[in-house]
Design a protein around this ligand. Structure first.
Ligand SMILES: [Zn+2]
Ligand SMILES: [Zn+2]
Length: 410
């Protein structure tokens, strides 16, 4: 056991990571951030190397997928193992897996926390092939999903309040350390095994390919809309950035009853935002007249931009007590102008994915309101090209890999 300056403990023997609040590595999505703690006794990568076993050492079931082997980030076929289906586990054949922007950061080790081989994918839709003896929620043949999380402590206040995504011991679907000490592998693979608590039921009627991105991008925007009270009728919501997260934010906010304004640097997106996505208004953020005209009109803004950008103009768009909610994650600090916050009692905040209960609620809501992601379905062998295109913003709005039909064992 090692002890950090502030009392956090690392137990190498059982492969646990313990920490509180600001001490942990956050690797969540929507815009994902690794906040490397100042107090850690060793670098996280070193720490993980020491405590991780490979699945091959402890798991009997042969699996395959595509993984990055190093920071070049090139994905290629990869054979590995998964655990047996335990009493509380659900095993499922992967049908589709969305490509999230955080996958790009992970496979290139942009945050310094990647463990190779790194097999990404946390927008996973599949069909159940086996259930453990204690599983109650699922049966063979069910359509299911797994998002960003496959484990948490089940004992902390956040877990007890269905906020597993804020558990200090949460376990990510890939590049995480599972309870048995192995590194987790994601959905760019032929099958998954997950504890049933972290498996979502895909409602009838949701197209399986276009539902995949809901499991990360969808819940990343749905959760803050609900938590920050942007669901009252006639609430005015702004959405900054029209990408994977932004286009879903528009759809969910509209379905929840808000009047939605898209705020974008690209005038050409207006037609798309209004005619296709159903936004009520569109503002070009570098057009001073348009920004001035909209000042003080918004109850909340979902900011999905992950590049460094000025937030003062966005704060200006907020009403008294309005909320600017960051779900993208710029890799450098933003400038925070305090005076306009003081004089409008405004809030600048952020939000992670939701817990499992809320993720199910989001899927059910999406099915009821016909909300799916706009996607481009690709084959597994196109994944490297897709990742490059994603870096250039060249996708409308999410790539989804047709895993079942295109992943071949090599
Ligand atoms: Zn994601
Ligand atoms: Zn917990």
């Amino acid at each position: 056991m090692m002890k950090g300056k502030d009392g956090e403990t690392f137990d190498f023997g059982r492969g646990e990571r313990r920490g509180t609040g600001g001490n942990q590595i956050y690797f969540v999505c929507g815009g994902v951030r690794a906040s490397k703690e100042e107090h850690s006794v060793i670098s996280t990568c070193e720490f993980k190397k020491k405590m991780s076993k490979s699945p091959e050492e402890v798991h009997p079931k042969k699996a395959f997928g595509w993984a990055a082997r190093d920071t070049s980030g090139v994905l290629s076929p990869f054979k590995f193992s998964r655990r047996e289906t335990g009493a509380e586990d659900v095993a499922f054949k992967v049908l589709y897996c969305g490509i999230c922007h955080s996958d790009v950061h992970a496979y290139k080790n942009d945050w310094g926390i990647s463990m190779y081989p790194l097999l990404p994918g946390h927008e996973i839709i599949g069909e159940v092939t086996e259930v453990g003896s204690k599983v109650t929620k699922f049966k063979v043949g069910d359509k299911v999903g797994v998002g960003c999380l496959v484990g948490s402590c089940h004992a902390c206040d956040n877990c007890k309040n269905d906020l597993e995504s804020y558990c200090p011991k949460l376990i990510f679907t890939y590049n995480g350390i599972y309870h048995d000490g192995t590194v987790t592998y994601g959905g760019y693979s032929n099958f998954m095994v997950a504890n049933e608590h972290f498996v979502l039921s895909v409602p009838e009627g949701l197209p399986l390919d276009a539902a995949a991105p809901l499991l990360c991008a969808g819940i990343t925007v749905f959760s803050p809309l609900k938590f920050y009270g942007l669901t009252e009728p006639c609430t005015r919501v702004g959405v900054v950035g029209l990408g994977g997260l932004g286009h879903l934010a528009v759809k969910f906010a509209k379905a929840l009853g808000a009047k939605v304004t898209v705020i974008s640097t690209t005038p050409a997106k207006e037609k798309e935002a209004i005619e296709h996505l159903g936004a009520d208004a569109f503002i070009v953020s570098n057009n001073p007249q348009q920004m001035l005209a909209a000042m003080g009109t918004m109850d909340g803004i979902i900011d999905t931009v992950s590049a460094v950008h000025p937030i003062l103009p966005l704060i200006g768009l907020l009403k008294f007590q309005g909320k600017l909610i960051m779900v993208g994650a710029p890799d450098k600090p933003l400038e925070l102008p305090v005076l306009p916050l003081i004089f409008g009692r405004k809030i600048v905040t952020a939000s992670c994915i939701g817990g499992i209960k809320e993720t199910q609620e989001m899927l059910d809501f999406a099915a009821k309101h016909n909300i799916t992601a706009d996607i481009e379905v690709i084959s597994m062998d196109y994944v490297n090209t897709a990742l490059e295109r994603l870096l250039r913003g060249d996708v409308r709005y999410r790539f989804v890999i047709d895993v079942a039909n295109t992943l071949k064992e090599e």
